[in-house]
Design a protein around this ligand. Structure first.
Ligand code: CTP
Length: 457
């Protein structure tokens, strides 16, 4: 019996896929089809796949050509599969000529003619109108957002809004991106030009911009924190739901594939029951930066608190018993460095955030059988290790990571807008609302601690 194997994503199943499978089957007696997992596609940078893996598997099954369907979920798996299943022929379409010649040492490699003029990529781009996005705020995040959005098909940045139009950063931004439409006065008018907004303005303005955008029927991706109170955050999510709009808080870690892999490993039981999480995020900010000069809305906790909360919420949930904060404030009341302790019934977590104190900046998830160590920058998750009592035993993970990570949250945003969301599990409304609750608690603590300081000085 001649065994044939082929692999593909098979997104939005089309005639090219059908022909390929038909010809592959004709090469032998038994056809194995490997369908890529979402995780694997994301890891190799293919972040626009619309259908989930079960739907894609079903489409392959419906052709009747596959005798066996397997999931391809890691680099190097092809060699393993060929050996495990005793494969005689590996085949793919001619767009891959040469790429898989290295498999010749394990079996015969056949490149089948590719069906012309059809691909999932082409179907995806014809299926949807691009989402026209406007950016609010032209500071540090805006240029990064524009360069990362290029990797997400369907995302089209067309406009920018900044009411503080005399800022140096604004004219610099305009020079770099002359083709955008600029609006400096009328936010409502700016909203009329677009379908969705990315809010990257100063922290205290996020809520207002988000609320107005939602009221005007626009999808919102907002930098963190979305709002400073639980009530306001809840209100924004309710508004988005009522108007059937997408609202996402841009906490980068939550959308990175490597971080999801880390969470999955932690939840898999590999380190036993999770008892403690330590998450640090510190970045020394310039003394004249907003983070270090704005006593009301700057400071380390508002800047990095949402990020350190993500692994804690994902793994220990929102049902905590007690929480406490300790901060070092500068003379004007800016928190330069914070420690947060959260206690649960049978677990605990601590986090440190800093804009004027540098720490190791790692994430440690400790369990009853071992622990996970992800070094800084764990929120981009390019490497993490599972370690045990036996210090010789270390399992390393190196999930691929593309660009500066923003593309993953942009991709999730677009996918949700065009209706192919994956239940929004990456950062749910409940998780965002819980983060706002903690931020609100921090504000109470901070106000008490700094009540003697005259903020106007
Ligand atoms: N294929 C083909 N003819 C096409 C498109 C795909 O023979 N017109 C083959 C590919 O060569 C591969 C298999 O179908 O062997 C699965 O390819 P996949 O990457 O899933 O499909 P594409 O349409 O090429 O997807 P994308 O545009 O996302 O790259």
């Amino acid at each position: 019996m001649t065994k044939v194997i082929t692999y593909g994503t098979f997104d939005l199943f089309h005639q090219g896929h059908y022909n390929l499978l038909k010809h592959a089957k004709a090469l032998g007696d038994y056809l194995i089809v490997g369908v890529t997992s979402e995780h694997f596609d994301e890891n190799r940078g293919k972040i626009n796949v619309l259908e989930d893996v079960l739907t894609r598997v079903q489409h392959v099954r419906d052709t009747g050509f596959a005798d066996q369907i397997i999931i391809e979920d890691h680099e190097g798996q092809k060699i393993e599969d060929i050996q495990r299943y005793g494969v005689d022929i590996f085949t793919v379409g001619s767009d891959w000529v040469g790429t898989f010649d290295y498999l010749n040492q394990y079996c015969k490699v056949v490149y089948l003619p590719r069906t012309p003029d059809i691909s999932s990529t082409a179907i995806r781009s014809n299926m949807f109108q691009p989402v026209r996005i406007g950016i609010v705020g032209t500071g540090r995040m805006a240029p990064r957002f524009i360069s990362e959005a290029k990797y997400v098909s369907g995302a089209q940045i067309i406009a920018a809004y900044n009411p503080v139009n005399d800022a140096e950063s604004f004219s610099e931004f305009r020079t770099h991106f002359p083709s955008l439409i600029y609006e400096t006065e009328n936010y409502e008018h700016f909203l009329e030009l677009i379908d969705a907004v990315y809010i990257a303005s100063p922290n205290e303005t996020h809520y207002n911009y988000a609320q107005k955008a939602l009221l005007q029927g626009k999808h919102v991706l907002s930098e963190k924190p979305l709002a400073f109170t639980k009530r306001e955050t809840q209100e924004l999510y309710d508004l988005a739901e009522t108007k059937n709009l997408v609202l996402l808080e841009a906490v980068k870690a939550a959308y990175c594939p490597g971080f999801q892999e880390l969470i999955n490993v932690a939840e898999s039981g590999r380190i036993g029951e999770i008892k403690d999480i330590e998450a640090d995020f510190t970045r020394l900010a310039a003394e004249n930066s907003r983070e270090r000069t704005d006593a009301e809305y700057g400071g380390a906790f508002y800047e990095f608190g949402p990020s350190v909360l993500v692994p804690i919420i994902k793994l220990l949930g929102t049902n905590y018993k007690d929480i406490s904060f300790h901060s070092i404030f500068d003379t004007s009341g800016v928190d330069e460095y914070d420690k947060m302790d959260i206690y649960y019934d049978n677990a605990m977590a601590s986090a440190r955030t800093g804009v004027a104190v540098k720490t190791e900046g790692q994430l440690v998830i400790s369990g009853t059988k071992g622990y996970i160590l992800a070094q800084s920058p764990w929120w981009l998750t390019k490497h993490f290790e599972v370690r045990y009592e036996d210090s010789e035993k270390i399992e390393s993970y190196d999930p691929p990571f593309r660009g500066d990570g923003l593309r993953y949250e942009i991709s999730e945003f677009i996918r949700k807008i065009i209706g192919f969301s994956r239940n929004g599990y990456k950062l749910t409304a409940e998780e965002s609302i819980f983060m706002a609750e903690i931020i609100e608690k921090y504000t109470e603590y901070k106000n008490k601690q700094t009540s003697g300081i005259d903020h106007l000085n």
